[in-house]
Design a protein around this ligand. Sequence first.
Ligand code: 5GP
Length: 205
Amino acid sequence: MTTAEGPRPVPPSGRRPRIIFVIFGVGGVGKGTLVARLLRLRDKLWLSRSWTTRSRRSSERADAYVFVDRDSFMDRVKADGFVEWTEFAGNGHLYGTPTLDAPEDLDVVLEIEIDGAAQIKERYPDAVLILIAPPSREAQAARLRQRGDDEQSVARRLAVGEEEDRVGRRMAGFVVVNDDLGRAAQELAGIVDACRRHADEGRRE
Ligand code: 5GP
């Protein structure tokens, strides 16, 4: 198997190469909550912690991101320390996934926006892209308001979101509609199971 970074080394354990699951979708669609559920439902998953230049929301844990200023972020970009990064159209801040250092026996989960998802697919063609779609525009707006986005931000994110949803559906290997948290989380876990089975069977052939 090869990637844009060259042949993927076979781990010393002989285990199959790890799978990179990219959970992406528009802001306010509930990706974070869904991913948290997924991590409770399935083991051997490693969630990457992103860097961002935005400030921490009062509702947010201190370790939700690595919160940095723009200079520190750009220093890491120059040092080639991100596998993807972007300026997020929704708020103009920078977000990036640091070089993956997951333990070898864990599959990777990234919870990112669409531009980052496209970069990951380019860099790791075997990555599994899962689009989380809102059940409706109204539901997405309500979610954004509930977590403290102001009306201007809600309007901007909805506009960006419509286009992203169209493009995202073309890029994604799977689409999960977040109509009900429990159901959507189970569907996500089922996708993880199916991809793992497929990868394990591929190694036995
Ligand atoms: P928020 O500021 O609401 O936490 O995140 C804004 C958007 O940035 C969300 O869609 C979130 O998934 C995305 N995001 C979070 N971390 C990363 C990252 O490392 N890279 C990219 N490309 N997007 C990210």
